[in-house]
Design a protein around this ligand. Structure first.
Ligand SMILES: [Zn+2]
Length: 398
């Protein structure tokens, strides 16, 4: 169990049956945990206690495989004694391996870079108030397993994060709001990749949240637990597990032959699947589909991916042929460079932004100076026709 969790059901065998009483829209464990108290270390000597509210997310399967996310309140709520009082807080508990960087670490990097003309990005990143790790005790089963398996065995910790409550994607009301949020996510993802050089690696519907601030809605790219710094060996190569969430994972990553590395274009491809699923799941054939405005985005992004993958496959085939030619001492074959990061330029940030900065032919909010400059010339002049996604492609006539 989680050290520091104080619930009534743990002390009363009669309430230990599963599932607990829950309302339709609540997680089965909600009724069980709701109202309990959780005490965690704060700094080196102090502790803090929060009162647990509704469970927002709990992965099925073994406790400890995925995060447990719940609403919490500071126990001194109302007295105004601390900075958490009166704030809508969320507690996320997870069980990562001890060496995995905490989300909070990535947030430090973000805040350091998000100054001046980059400050806009803070609207699109989660606000983490506090983060703590608790080691399992020396008597725990995992400490004993470690003794047996040594290096092979990855020690895990209980990791808690207290963060600002954000709204889910489903809180949005119009097509255009959805479009803006998706566009925000792409801009935020690009910024994180380019400046602090952090790759998110787990884009899913559940990781896209909404922040309401001064009457405006902002797309927030949440859940950076699987993120990594670019060009570092950190868990990418050592983990046996693929990053990402099905069904949003990039096509290439579903193959058992796929060796990585995880690139930004895989995350952008996930954005495409999120929109595709949203549009197809929430549009009925008899009604005028609510999300019909996304069709032109989807066609453009699908085309970019298609051309890109055709290019990639041609490139791979040519490399094999060139190798064959060398082995047979035949006339050498020249294989042109293919930019794998962007699928030969077909699926780059520029390409995706050029599709997503407009919705139903109207301009969305472009947040950063950088894209604002780029989009003024020459993108703005590109006519919003079928050719708008292929204007820069040497291969667009495929
Ligand atoms: Zn308080």
């Amino acid at each position: 169990m989680v050290p520091g969790f104080n619930t009534s059901f743990m002390k009363d065998s009669a309430t230990l049956q599963y599932p607990g009483p829950a309302n339709d829209n609540e997680h089965p464990s909600s009724g069980r945990i709701q109202g309990s108290f959780y005490t965690f270390p704060y700094g080196k000597k102090e502790t803090r206690t929060v009162k647990v509210g509704r469970v927002l997310l709990r992965s099925n399967g073994i406790f400890g495989q995925g995060p447990l996310v719940m609403l919490v309140k500071c126990v001194c709520e109302g007295s105004g004694r601390c900075v958490w009082c009166g704030k809508k807080l969320v507690l996320k508990l997870s069980w990562p391996s001890k060496t995995r960087a905490s989300e909070k670490t990535f947030m430090y990097d973000f805040k350091e870079k998000a100054t001046g003309e980059h400050a806009w990005v803070l609207n699109h990143l989660p606000e983490i108030y506090y983060s703590f790790d608790i080691d399992f005790s020396a008597e725990s089963p995992q400490a004993q397993l470690k003794e047996i398996f040594g290096e092979e065995y990855k020690m895990r910790v209980v990791r808690g994060i207290i963060m600002e409550k954000l709204n889910p994607l489903s809180s949005l009301e119009t097509e255009r709001e959805y479009a803006q949020v998706f566009y925000d996510i792409v801009q935020c993802h690009h910024w994180a990749w380019k400046y602090p050089q952090i790759l998110h690696r787990d884009i899913s519907e559940g990781n896209i949240m909404v922040r309401e601030k001064n009457g405006q809605k902002y797309g927030v790219l949440n859940d950076w637990d699987l993120a990594s710094w670019l060009n570092t060996e950190n868990e990418v190569s050592t983990s046996k597990f693929r990053m990402g969430t099905r069904p949003y994972m990039a096509h290439e990553q579903h193959s058992s032959d796929w060796q990585g590395p995880h690139q930004f274009r895989h995350d952008l491809e996930s954005v495409f699947y999120i929109i595709l699923l949203l549009v197809s799941l929430y549009s009925s054939p008899t009604e005028k589909p609510f999300f019909s405005g996304f069709n032109s985005w989807l066609i453009a992004l699908q085309r970019s991916l298609l051309y890109g993958y055709i290019g990639l496959n041609m490139h791979i085939t040519m490399e094999i042929d060139a190798q064959q030619a060398r082995e047979n001492n035949e006339e050498p074959m020249e294989v042109h460079y293919f930019d794998d990061d962007t699928l030969g330029g077909h699926f780059s940030y520029e390409k995706v932004v050029s599709v997503m900065h407009q919705f139903k032919k109207e301009e969305l909010n472009t947040r950063g100076r950088e894209w604002q400059k780029i989009l003024q010339v020459p993108f703005q002049e590109v006519k919003p026709s079928r050719s708008d996604f292929s204007s820069r492609d040497p291969f667009s006539t495929f």
